[in-house]
Structure formats: structure tokens, C-alpha cells
Design a protein around this ligand. Structure first.
Ligand SMILES: [Zn+2]
Length: 186
């Protein structure tokens, strides 16, 4: 059988299942970092499932879910393609810093359909994807780049990813280091 997912950033994701049923969750240190970046509850970030979806517009991702404690992010093929973003953990973190803020947008609605319709109406009303909620979500991405810039400036280039990747640090130790970054640098 053909391997469906050619690549994914192992430093930040756990893989579940095989083939077409394959899905991903965040490793705990990445979930903690993204929770602090986005302001979205840690448990909700941990519960997020990500899958590759052929119908998602290239390079985009879509955050959906019937309940905010079990959200699903559908991602375009580029995120699982080793020639594109499949091995680019930082590109994933930047995009997820945006998507996880949509979980807070979903929390406002009791019903998923109303959430979807409100976004559709936004895009129509503003004649584009550039809407107030999208701009708010983009601030998550900017915050991620700002954290990366400060961490790498002070501790040396590549420190952020080296910490997440480190085989010698436990998850708790990584979370403690990341906590220090937020408390002292951002
Ligand atoms: Zn968005």
C-alpha cells in the first residue's frame, strides 16, 4: 500500500493510526508552547487532532469541531509533503499559532454550523479572507515569530527547535524551559 503521508514534523507531533486513518496530536511541549502563544486552553490544544485533507486549499488549514474540547484541524497536502512543509516544524508551529486562535472563535457559538456560516458571511462581507477574526488569528503567528526571534537571539540560532527536538530532555524539562521563555522574554 502506498504511504499516504510522506513526511511530518516528528519533533512536535505524535502519530496515531496508519494509512488513511492516520491522524496526529501535538507532543506535550509543543502543545504547551502553542497554548501559551495562542491563549487557547492547554487541554483543548492537547485534544486537537490533525489530518491531511485533499479538499483543503493548497497551503491552508481549516479548524472545525462539534465541541471545543475535541477540535479537528484539516490540513492541505503541503504539510505532509517532504518537498514542501512536511519536515518544517517551524512552519507548522507558525500556522498552528493561527489555527488554535480559531478555537476561541468557535467557543462563541453553540453550534458548529453557525460558526462556519459566520466565517462564510465574513469572507463575503469583506470580499476577502482578510477579516477581523483572521487578522486576530494572524497575531498568533506573529507572536510565534517574535518568541522565536527573541529565544534564538539570546540563546543562539536554532535554540527553539533544538529544545523541542532534544532527545536528552524530558517533556517536563522542555515545558519548564518554554515556560521560562514566556515568563522572561515575551
Ligand atoms: Zn484562519
Amino acid at each position: 500500500m502506498k504511504e499516504i503521508f510522506k513526511a511530518y514534523p516528528d519533533a512536535i507531533l505524535n502519530r496515531h493510526g496508519r494509512g488513511r486513518r492516520q491522524s496526529f496530536t501535538f507532543r506535550l511541549p509543543a502543545a504547551y508552547l502553542l497554548s501559551r502563544i495562542s491563549g487557547t486552553d492547554f487541554d483543548k490544544v492537547r485534544a486537537v487532532r490533525m489530518t491531511k485533507a485533499w479538499w483543503v486549499y493548497p497551503w491552508y488549514a481549516i479548524t472545525l469541531g462539534r465541541h471545543t474540547d475535541s477540535m479537528h484541524i484539516y490540513m492541505s497536502k503541503a504539510y505532509f509533503d517532504s518537498r514542501k512543509l512536511g519536515n518544517n516544524a517551524e512552519a507548522w508551529l507558525a500556522q498552528m499559532s493561527h489555527e488554535l486562535i480559531h478555537i476561541q472563535h468557535r467557543e462563541v457559538f453553540s453550534n458548529q454550523l453557525f460558526y462556519i456560516l459566520s466565517f462564510a458571511w465574513d469572507y463575503i462581507r469583506h470580499f476577502s479572507h482578510d477579516t477581523p477574526r483572521e487578522r486576530e488569528a494572524d497575531q498568533g503567528t506573529e507572536r510565534f515569530y517574535e518568541l522565536r526571534r527573541r529565544v534564538n537571539h539570546i540563546f543562539g540560532n536554532g535554540t527553539l527547535m533544538r529544545t523541542l527536538n532534544s532527545p536528552s530532555l524530558s517533556d517536563d524539562e522542555k515545558i519548564e524551559i518554554i515556560k521560562g521563555w514566556f515568563d522572561n522574554l515575551l
